[in-house]
Design a protein around this ligand. Structure first.
Ligand code: ADP
Ligand code: ASP
Ligand code: MG
Length: 441
């Protein structure tokens, strides 16, 4: 029998009205047995996500010793939801206990996790389902890394004999016994973990768009929907900024070949997007599958004659970054040049200066330059490897749009072409690539 795990994101959990839609979706298919929820998100533009209210609670807790004022907004959100749902359930004791535990724990991760916790408590009431706390079944090891074996076996035991259960997303428990969250948007990862642990036939990810779109709909108006994506394409696009799905969420499901389907809570009849193992994936016939971009990178450009014949050159440069604990995003290189792309948030000015000094001492380059405020744009698609002239079309489109390309990196898999531009050119660049490969829609 098919078994579906459904994750509902923040907009699907925003208020009583949207939670009623969630209930309808779950109840319309008996295979939908395990539900993972996010904290309530924005109800309208300008609204604040519950998770952001909770980060404010933590700031208030640190400043004043309690978070009464900030937590009052969280209370209001949940009390409002219970009222809208007409639930015969008194939230006050669980809200009081949550506030008390926040005061005791004084932990940012604990505080931030309570949006998912409370949302799952309410959703379990609404569905008449069992509540399974993520802190009892999702674990991290001493290094803060997700402990897959321990978690999968705990989830499998917790769901034994259970018909319908709700799990809070976003958090689990660390080796020190304390609550630990994934990075932002991490409920997608929790959903994938549950899907893997229960051996789901599909992982449904319900959100506020009708699938993975060819680019960010906030940049291009109504971009085309991607019918089917491979895990590899998904990884490239989500890592590079298509945050409709957290980039880490493919790992648990990929190993077990569980397809992911992205669906729209507000238009459940729409087909959505299927993300499939390469063996099951049917190429769309398009050269480009999708485009995504991310801002705020720093590029260190290094030039030295005969770099190519100097044994260990690249290793020496990279070892400097390793010493400073900075991870490298990309290393495009030429015969006498190489660039190292790093996330700007991983270095402050002082650290950057030290890194540059160390590189100078280590490899004595002829020339070195740093560019900051750089955006990377990835154009992704399996179709690009078999199609001649894709890069030429892409660069002509960017030249015609007046975008100055600072760096190019074509991945060795021929699955993507990455270009670096100034932060402020990112949107223009994505729109130009979209127009070139998808027309004006
Ligand atoms: P949820 O709260 O359901 O997890 P998110 O806000 O995390 O939802 O992700 C959905 C949003 O991702 C969409 O509303 C859209 O604005 C944004 N987005 C960015 N890139 C894409 C893309 N390529 N396709 C679809 N949505 C995208
Ligand atoms: N609520 C968390 C966030 O806002 C996690 C999630 O929604 O996936 O990042
Ligand atoms: Mg999300």
């Amino acid at each position: 029998m098919a078994l579906k795990v459904c994750k509902f994101g923040g907009t699907s959990m925003a208020d009583g009205h949207t939670m009623t839609k969630v209930k309808k979706i779950v109840e319309s298919d008996p295979d939908r047995r395990f539900v993972v929820v996010s904290a309530p998100g924005k109800r309208f533009s300008g609204d604040t996500k519950v998770t952001d209210l909770l980060y404010k609670c933590y700031a208030e807790l640190m400043e004043h010793g309690d978070c009464k004022r900030a937590f009052a907004d969280v209370r209001k959100r949940f009390e409002g939801i219970v009222r809208e749902l007409n639930l015969n359930y008194d939230m006050t004791p669980v809200l009081d206990q949550t506030e008390r535990r926040m005061d005791e724990e004084r932990s940012e991760d604990f505080t931030a996790s309570r949006g998912e916790y409370l949302a799952a408590v309410v959703m379990a009431q609404l569905l008449g389902a069992q509540f399974i706390d993520a802190e009892d079944v999702i674990f991290f090891d001493e290094n803060g890394v997700f402990d897959d074996k321990k978690s999968y076996s705990a989830i499998a035991s917790a769901v034994e004999g259970v018909k319908l259960a709700v799990f809070p997303g976003f958090y689990g428990r660390g080796a020190d016994g304390k609550i630990k969250t994934f990075s932002r948007g991490g409920s997608d990862i929790s959903g994938a973990i549950v899907a893997r642990a229960v051996g789901a036939s599909v992982y449904e990810n319900w959100t506020d768009v009708s699938g993975f779109l060819a680019c960010d709909p906030r940049i291009v108006d109504s971009p085309k929907r991607i019918k089917s994506l491979s895990y590899k394409e998904l990884r490239e696009l989500s890592y590079m900024g298509a945050n409709v799905l957290h980039s880490e969420s493919i790992f648990p499901v990929r190993k077990a070949n569980i397809p992911i389907v992205i669906k729209n809570t507000f238009r459940p009849e729409d087909e959505g997007t299927s993300i499939l193992p390469i063996a099951q994936y049917k190429p769309s016939g398009n050269i480009v599958t999708g485009i995504a971009g991310k801002k705020n990178f720093t590029v260190i450009f290094i030039e030295k004659s005969h770099m190519n014949s100097e044994v260990g050159f690249v290793r020496k440069v990279l070892s400097v970054l390793e010493r400073y604990g900075v991870s490298v995003e990309h290393i495009p290189s030429g015969i006498d040049t190489m660039s190292v792309v790093i996330d700007s948030a991983s270095v402050d000015n002082f650290k950057l200066e030290q890194i540059l000094e160390s590189i100078k001492a280590e490899v004595e380059p002829d020339f070195m330059r740093v560019s900051e405020n750089i955006a990377l744009i990835a154009t992704v698609g399996h179709g690009m490897s078999s199609s001649v002239g894709t890069s030429a079309r892409l660069f002509k489109a960017l030249a015609d749009a007046g975008v100055n390309v600072k760096m190019i990196d074509q991945g060795s898999s021929e699955l993507n072409i990455i270009v670096a531009v100034k932060n402020e050119d990112m949107e223009k660049c994505i729109a130009a690539i979209y127009r070139e490969f998808f027309g004006n829609n």
